[in-house]
Unconditional design. Structure first.
Ligand SMILES: *[C@@H]1O[C@H](CO)[C@@H](O)[C@H](O)[C@H]1NC(C)=O
Ligand SMILES: *[C@@H]1O[C@H](CO)[C@@H](O)[C@H](O)[C@H]1NC(C)=O
Length: 222
């Protein structure tokens, strides 16, 4: 997911450049570039390492989730919408990029989860699992230095219509597995908000995006 985001960020920077050469609707520029990247992806996408998630929210949850052998589908269906660029000052721009996919599905051959939920209820499990997100909407808003081809700040906004979480062998030997899966499924948008806040707070987004832009640009515009 992060990789897709970064790819999108790279698209933005290329699009900025393209726009100055031949003015076009920014959203369709983003869309063209997005698809030139996504066309190179073969689904299911198999991340090389595990996907790890830590949700630490006072009085709500302190949970660590690790997913190995992941396969992701639905990334190729991302389409740009309502993306805008506002140029101002000398070589500065405010950029808003939104991309949406009707369904993104992640399967894990082996997940591991442990931690505590509300009121110190212990949570644990490991086994195969699936998370599928309906109407996933990823938005990156930021300021860019167009001449330097880099973002100076960027924030992430993750939205979804709903998701389904199905972790098998959760709370083995109890009836709680179903309850927890339903709980997670019900609070998808809130969990997305927590993830989004974590990413925005750790301050690494801009650096990662700019790094990707550097790797992506040379072959494109030089
Ligand atoms: C650019 O974004 C900043 C921060 O959101 C905002 O304060 C400023 O008004 C924006 N400038 C333009 C020209 O849109
Ligand atoms: C989960 O397990 C690890 C390793 O056993 C432990 O260090 C950690 O405190 C546990 N809880 C959470 C929330 O990560």
């Amino acid at each position: 997911m992060l990789r897709t985001l970064l790819a999108v960020a790279a698209v933005v920077m290329v699009a900025v450049h393209t726009t100055s050469a031949a003015p076009r609707d920014f959203n369709s520029v983003v869309n063209d570039m997005l698809h030139s990247i996504l066309d190179k992806i073969t689904e299911p996408v198999k991340p090389s390492g595990p996907i790890e998630l830590r949700i630490k929210q006072n009085h709500v949850a302190d949970v660590y989730l690790r997913m190995d052998d992941c396969e992701i589908t639905g990334l190729k269906d991302f389409v740009a919408h309502d993306s805008t660029i506002t140029l101002y000052g000398i070589g500065k721009a405010n950029i808003s990029i939104s991309i949406k996919s009707p369904k993104v599905t992640l399967t894990t051959g082996h997940y591991f989860i442990n931690g505590t939920m509300v009121d110190h209820v212990e949570l644990y499990g490991n086994g195969p699992g699936l998370i599928s997100v309906d109407e996933m909407d990823v938005k990156v808003e930021g300021s860019a230095n167009v001449l330097g081809m880099e973002f100076t700040e960027a924030t992430l906004d993750l939205e979804m219509w709903r998701w389904t979480v199905a972790l098998e062998d959760l709370m083995p030997g109890t009836d709680l597995g179903t309850v927890f899966n339903e709980f997670f499924s019900m609070y998808g948008p809130e969990i997305f908000d927590i993830v989004e806040n974590n990413i925005n707070k750790n301050g690494k987004l801009v650096g990662i995006i700019n790094n990707l832009i550097k790797q992506y640009l040379p072959g494109r515009i030089r």
